[in-house]
Each structure stands twice: as C-alpha cells, then as structure tokens.
Design a protein around this ligand. Structure first.
Ligand code: XIL
Length: 297
C-alpha cells in the first residue's frame, strides 16, 4: 500500500492525524492530510472553551469545519475531548459542587447530541490522573467527588450509544509507571461494575523526559485484556527516530484490540512541539519515520 491509511486498513485499523481548522485553507496541508489519513481528531476545536464559551451556548463553527472536511473526504472522526481540567471557559471554572457536576453533564450531552451517530470514539475524560503516585489529579471536577469520571461516562453513553467511549491520558505508556497502574485499576473497576467504557487512549507523546519503553506492548495488551479497545491517540516522538516509530506501530499491530494510531499533526511545522520535529512530514516531504511506519503497517 502507498498511504498510511490504506496500509493500516489492511489489518482493519485506521491511521489518523490531528487537524486544525485554521489550516484547512492550506492546500499543501490538506493534500497530505487527505491522501494519508483516514481518521481525524480536531486538535483544539471540540474542547470545552471552544464548544461552550458561555453556559448553555454551544458553538460548533470550527469543530464543524473539521467534521465536515472529514466526512466529505470519507474519513471518520475521533471526538476530543468532553471533560478536561484544561481549556475550560471562565464560567465553568467559577462553578463547584453539584452545579459543576450538572454543567459537566450538560456539556457532554450538548456536544454529543450535536454529533450524534457520527463519531467513531469520544475522549470522554482526558488526563484525570496525577503525574506521579497513581492517584487522581486535583481539579475542579475531581473536587466534585471521585465518582465524577463514571458520571461522565454514563452521561456520554446516554447521549450517543453509537460512539465508543474512551479514557485518554499521557504518560500511561510505560507499564511500570504508577500513573499507568492507576488508570489500569480504574478501567478494571469500571469494567467489573458495568460503568460504560469502551476504550483507552494512550496519547504517546514520547520525548527524552518520557521516552518510549519496550514494555509499551505490555501496556496495550494489558488494557485490551480488560475488555476495552486501545488506541494510540496523539503519537509524536521527539526527533522522530524511524526505529521508535516502527516499534510503536509493531506494538499496536501485535494486539488485536489496538484499533488504530493517530499522530498529533501532519507536518513538523504543525506540531504543538514543532522544535522537536516529532512528526512524519517535513513540509511536503516524507521523513525516514514515514517510511518506517509505512513498512511496519
Ligand atoms: C494541545 C494542542 O496540540 C495545542 O495546540 C494546544 O495549545 C494545547 O493542547 N494532550 C491532549 C491534547 O489531550 O489536547 C493536547 O493538545 C496535547 C496534550
């Protein structure tokens, strides 16, 4: 196969990218994006501040731009993200307790209603665990009570039963990390109690501070063994070593329930960490990492 999407499809998987609405007018960008990828994640446009800037007033202009572009070009969409401690509008930050809990549920319902039946998977909750220690991150949502995550997933299932519901986080790639174990324990608990969760998103932002570890495959297979799909949702690797990119692809392919891989941007210049040159394209050129990924798929 000659594109990432087509190569991934040979094993029933997808290969996606983050897309920015502001770049859809750049034909060099859309040419690569349209040719190579068959799954799209809006990089920022579906976040809380973008979709509900004032309470109960939903705005989907930029999110719809990406969603329409994806659908018109035959691609699926990963919804990112419904509940996160970051990118919160001021009105949400000023709430607490039961008012905040209700606002969270109303937000989930409002956004998911708008896209009902058209989203492959939603990152329902993003980055709820602390960087160290294996427990929850402190946040306004966390202060409404430990059950806020399951409340979010139950509201999400009610809003769109067709979407897969994911928990998504970073630095849960290394199987031995306390954070990974904390998320694993939560997912195991959710599955045992019937809390509706379908997938775990491993962001996979690899760099010198949080490097790729060969136990990544154990992480993927361990989550999958709990009865959830696993997706690599925001892959980028500092300096884009071809071998590491290939290893990540091979780890996903080794686990039947690893259903797809998304890189966090098209070209290095599009990356949130552009100085790391962590992606598969430089300008319109395919980097060595691109060839390594294509060969591995
Ligand atoms: C990042 C975007 O790439 C940036 O453009 C934005 O300024 C901040 O957010 N984890 C996530 C993503 O779940 O939403 C983040 O995206 C990167 C880390």
């Amino acid at each position: 196969e000659s594109t990432l999407g087509a190569a991934a499809a040979q094993s029933g998987r997808y290969f996606g990218t983050a897309i920015s609405a502001g770049k859809l007018g750049d034909s060099a960008y859309t040419t690569i994006a349209n040719r190579e990828f068959d799954m799209v994640t809006p990089e920022n446009e579906m976040k809380l501040d973008a979709t509900e800037p004032a309470r109960g007033q939903f705005t989907f202009t930029n999110a719809d731009r990406i969603h329409s572009w994806a659908v018109q070009n035959g691609k699926r969409v990963r919804g990112h993200t419904l509940v996160w401690h970051a990118a919160q509008p001021g009105w949400l930050q000023s709430l607490s307790g039961s008012a905040l809990r209700q606002a969270m549920i109303d937000h989930i319902t409002g956004v998911m209603d708008h896209y009902k039946g058209t989203i492959y998977a939603w990152d329902v909750v993003n980055e709820a665990f602390a960087d160290s220690g294996g427990g929850r991150r402190d946040s306004n949502f966390q202060r409404t009570g430990d059950d806020w995550i399951e409340a979010a997933f139950r509201a999400a299932r009610a809003a769109d039963p067709a979407a897969k519901l994911c928990y998504n986080d970073y630095n849960i790639d290394n199987w031995t990390a306390a954070k990974t174990q904390g998320v694993y324990t939560m997912v195991r608990d959710f599955k045992s109690r019937g809390v509706p969760i379908d997938c775990v998103g491993l962001q996979a932002h690899f760099n010198s501070g949080s490097p790729y570890n060969s136990n990544f495959r154990t992480t993927i297979s361990s989550f999958a063994a709990l009865g959830v799909d696993v997706q690599i949702t925001e892959l980028d690797i500092q300096l884009a070593p071809a071998q590491t990119y290939a290893a990540v692809v091979n780890d996903c392919l080794a686990v039947a329930r690893c259903t797809g891989i998304t890189v966090w941007g098209v070209r290095d210049q599009d990356s949130w960490r552009s100085s790391d040159t962590p992606l598969l394209f430089s300008g319109s050129n395919k980097k060595p990492a691109y060839d390594a990924v294509l060969n591995a798929l």
